[in-house]
Design a protein around this ligand. Structure first.
Ligand code: NAG
Ligand code: NAG
Ligand code: NAG
Ligand code: NAG
Length: 216
């Protein structure tokens, strides 16, 4: 078993010896105490024994000489579970009128083992998103005018010009013209922002991101 004399104790001892010899009062070391019990109840810890300096006057120096040895309890310590980082947010379930998105994490950092506790708290986290109000269907809207140059909203009650699909602006009353577009999350300096994009407008989006004025 390795014997560890910790530095602090060595320093304390030197200070004490200097103190003893600086004064008139002599003295001697007491016998070593018995070994303490192991400092931990699982894994490796230390046992110590110590001796005191007794001045001739009968008083003890406040410094003591400590001898420390590693001890092994023969009991493996439990490994308590820890959470991984949160995963990315899912896309918002709605594009207007309030939807939800969620993210999850796993209890694998580390995985609990050897009788350790599982992670405390939720593995899933949900939040609201896209809470701008949805547009309304224009009065007297005629679905008959929808053709192959328009995008039919999921509700089949309204259509919008095809080129306005995935243009970052919700026109369908159910938000479907901005759904299933390629979405990108980015951080605009103060909050996480989700934008939709189609490849054709990628450069416009990059410009918007770079100039920071897309805030939806
Ligand atoms: C210290 O130990 C020695 C022998 O190991 C013993 O004779 C002596 O009585 C002890 N002193 C005290 C104060 O216990
Ligand atoms: C030290 O250990 C011995 C033997 O185990 C015991 O008789 C004695 O009382 C112990 N001394 C102290 C101070 O605990
Ligand atoms: C989601 O996580 C945040 C921050 O960690 C917390 O404040 C919020 O209560 C959590 N919400 C749910 C529904 O777990
Ligand atoms: C759109 O419909 C018109 C007539 O309804 C047809 O002539 C045209 O070929 C169609 N265009 C496409 C791209 O399908």
């Amino acid at each position: 078993i390795p014997v560890m004399l910790n530095t602090l104790n060595v320093i304390q001892t030197i200070i004490m010896v200097l103190q003893v010899f600086a004064g008139d009062d002599g003295g001697e070391w007491t016998n070593w105490s018995n070994w303490s019990s192991c400092s931990v109840t699982c894994g490796y810890g230390s046992v110590i024994r110590e001796r005191l300096w007794r001045f001739d006057s009968g008083e003890f120096s406040k410094y003591k000489y400590t001898h420390s040895i590693e001890c092994w309890t023969e009991v493996t310590c439990p490994v308590h579970g820890g959470w991984s980082m949160w995963g990315p947010w899912t896309y918002c379930s709605e594009m207007c009128g309030g939807g939800t998105k969620e993210r999850s994490r796993e209890c694998n950092n580390p995985k609990p083992s050897k009788g350790g506790d599982s992670c405390a708290g939720e593995a899933k986290n949900q939040t609201e998103c896209m809470d701008d109000p949805c547009p309304t269907i224009p009065p007297n809207f005629d679905v008959g005018q929808c053709d192959n140059s328009t995008f039919m909203c999921d509700s089949q009650l309204m259509c919008v010009p095809e080129k306005e699909k995935c243009d970052f602006e919700v026109q369908c009353h159910d938000g479907s013209d901005e759904k299933n577009c390629y979405q990108v999350d980015y951080y605009n300096g103060s909050s996480l922002v989700t934008v939709n994009l189609v490849i054709a407008t990628l450069s416009a989006v990059l410009l918007a991101v770079l100039t920071n004025n897309e805030d939806r």
